[in-house]
Design a protein. Structure first.
Length: 550
């Protein structure tokens, strides 16, 4: 057995677990043998085997979203590592702690034409917070010291304001087999917690708080505890415009406005005095457009070392958690905002009622997703595809239970199935996805077989890219269907059979019930043109209603 290799690799895996890595997604390969075996042997690490690296990395993102903890992915050398790029990109923009372990050929086999050898050093440099190329195991004390230094530096990206993906490129010489009897090298050792900023000078906020008609706009806050935000809103009578990914829409708090996207589409003027933005930018394009154009003071609160300033650079940036920020504001004297809050609450009720009436008269995807939301249980996950599903959630998820999630970093259609499957390891999940995005990640369905996962997958099949119907490209029918509509003419019944899913097929206007258990693909046939017309009609109706009654 290779004692030198065993000592180095087992110490690295031990330290990964010591610093909080509890789950590792492994894609099979030869060069990654030492790491794979060490992870499998560690009694406090859960491993998942996924043969498709691209899908495996998104599966790991699902595990992160479900647990809010760092997760590692491991592959062999060569193009296996290249397949991680889409998920690493998503992790970087979404600030998700993905630990990328790429096995590599030894240095003497790099750039000489050796098989399965590509330049893996810094290969994710645009999309990771930290990266290191490891030395070959040579038995020196310096290799263990190197691991200690690297892990101390890398762990600052597992939590806190610098959270995000890291990359370790780890070369191995043959022989690759470690000593499997040396599990003593994997013994757990706790590490100290890292403390982050928890206070600021309250004086910088007082000029803003003295203004009237404040708005709090909350985007995806990475599952932060927002209790103190709700307390502050209650004391100061300030409405909270809650993005569906904020996890606030099911809070039942009277100050939470669940129809912000519809309101900003329907209203010509928003007479706010200031805005406090919390978390990532919201999904709603109308809200982001308004934020970019308004000249009122804006405060951005994020636990980020580098702020996400889109859609407009704020007047004031506070780097801390929302709870710590709002806790310090709770005792400040509130401005008179009662009528302002009442205005938003009245408008919210009007829009909710109008949306309900609308869904009783149409037969499009909006009506179907509204009926699905009625069936979601408390704390169950609603995972949404990009393009239309997340936008329909923004419109129609107004008074329901459940926790919406989405890969809203790079906003891509790839890896959606895999991410939802990863969440299904820990949560009850209903995935709502379009036919193009579903096709794009069919490989992700293999984890149903490998891990016996339960999940409901609702596929809205409008035979193409429905989101493009809402863009100017639709006006030129000569090129639209081939270049943007892209009908696939697929029957997903056979995908269900291939991966052992139960299969059901409905039309958008059918009444159907989501199965309570099992792995299920529910294909819902819809029409792109009908969807477009129904959505346009809803906005016209809301404009008329709000102008008449507010």
């Amino acid at each position: 057995m290779n004692d030198v290799l065993t000592t180095q690799v087992f110490h690295l895996v031990k330290r990964l677990r010591d610093y909080g890595i509890e789950e590792v997604v492994i894609s099979p390969g030869s060069r990654s043998t030492p790491l794979a075996i060490a992870c499998e042997l560690h009694e406090r690490i859960t491993t998942y085997i996924h043969p498709d690296e691209r899908s495996a990395a998104f599966f790991a993102l699902g595990l992160i979203k479900a647990t809010n903890k760092p997760v590692a992915i491991l592959c062999t050398s060569g193009t296996a590592a290249s397949n991680y790029v889409p998920a690493v990109t998503e992790a970087y923009i979404s600030h998700l702690p993905l630990v990328v372990l790429t096995s590599d050929r030894p240095h003497e086999l790099r750039n000489v034409g050796a098989p399965q050898a590509i330049n893996q050093v810094n290969m994710f440099q645009n999309f990771v917070m930290y990266e290191r190329d490891f030395p070959i195991a040579d038995g020196s004390d310096g290799t263990i010291t190197f691991i200690e230094h690297v892990m101390q530096q890398a762990q600052t990206h597992f939590n806190g304001p610098k959270r995000g993906p890291v990359h370790f490129n780890i070369p191995f010489r043959e022989p690759l087999m470690p000593d499997v009897t040396r599990t003593d090298l994997l013994s757990y050792t706790p590490v100290p917690n890292v403390m982050y900023q928890k206070s600021f000078n309250i004086d910088i906020m007082r000029p803003v708080l003295n203004l009237k008609r404040g708005l709090i706009i909350v985007g995806d806050s990475q599952q932060e505890d927002l209790t103190q935000l709700l307390v502050f809103s209650t004391i100061h009578n300030i409405p909270i415009i809650a993005d569906p990914l904020s996890q606030l829409r099911d809070s039942k708090h009277p100050n939470v406005i669940t129809t912000g996207d519809s309101a900003f589409k329907a209203l010509e003027h928003i007479h706010a005095g200031y805005v406090i933005r919390v978390g990532h930018a919201v999904v709603s394009k109308p809200i982001n457009t308004w934020l970019a154009q308004t000249d009122i003071p804006q405060v951005l609160v994020q636990s980020r070392a580098t702020p996400d300033t889109f859609p407009k650079v704020p007047d004031l940036y506070i780097e801390m958690t929302a709870n710590d920020f709002f806790r310090q504001l709770a005792d400040e004297k509130p401005a008179d905002n009662k009528e302002w809050l009442k205005y938003w609450q009245t408008m919210n009720d009007l829009i909710i009622n109008q949306i309900h009436q609308h869904t009783q008269t149409v037969t499009d995807e909006g009506r179907a997703i509204y009926e699905i939301f009625k069936q979601i249980e408390d704390d169950a996950v609603i995972f949404l595809g990009n393009s239309m599903p997340i936008r329909d959630c923004d419109t129609f998820f107004t008074q329901f239970s459940g926790k919406p999630f989405c890969n809203r970093g790079a906003n891509g259609i790839d890896g959606v199935v895999s991410t939802a499957m990863g969440m299904a390891v820990h949560k009850k999940v209903t995935l709502i996805i379009g036919d193009i995005s579903f096709y794009h990640d069919l490989n992700g369905l293999i984890m149903k077989k490998l891990e016996s996962l339960d999940i409901n997958i609702v596929v809205f099949n409008n035979n193409g890219g429905g989101i493009f119907s809402y863009l100017p490209q639709k006006e030129n029918d000569t090129y639209f269907e081939r270049l943007f509509g892209t009908p696939l003419n697929l029957n997903f019944k056979y995908a269900a059979q291939l991966y052992d899913f139960n299969y059901y097929k409905f039309n958008a206007f059918d009444d159907f019930k989501l199965p309570d258990s099992g792995a299920n693909i529910i294909e819902v046939i819809t029409d792109r043109d009908e969807n477009l017309l129904a959505h346009q009609q809803l906005i016209r109706t809301l404009k008329d209603k709000l102008n008449a009654e507010l």
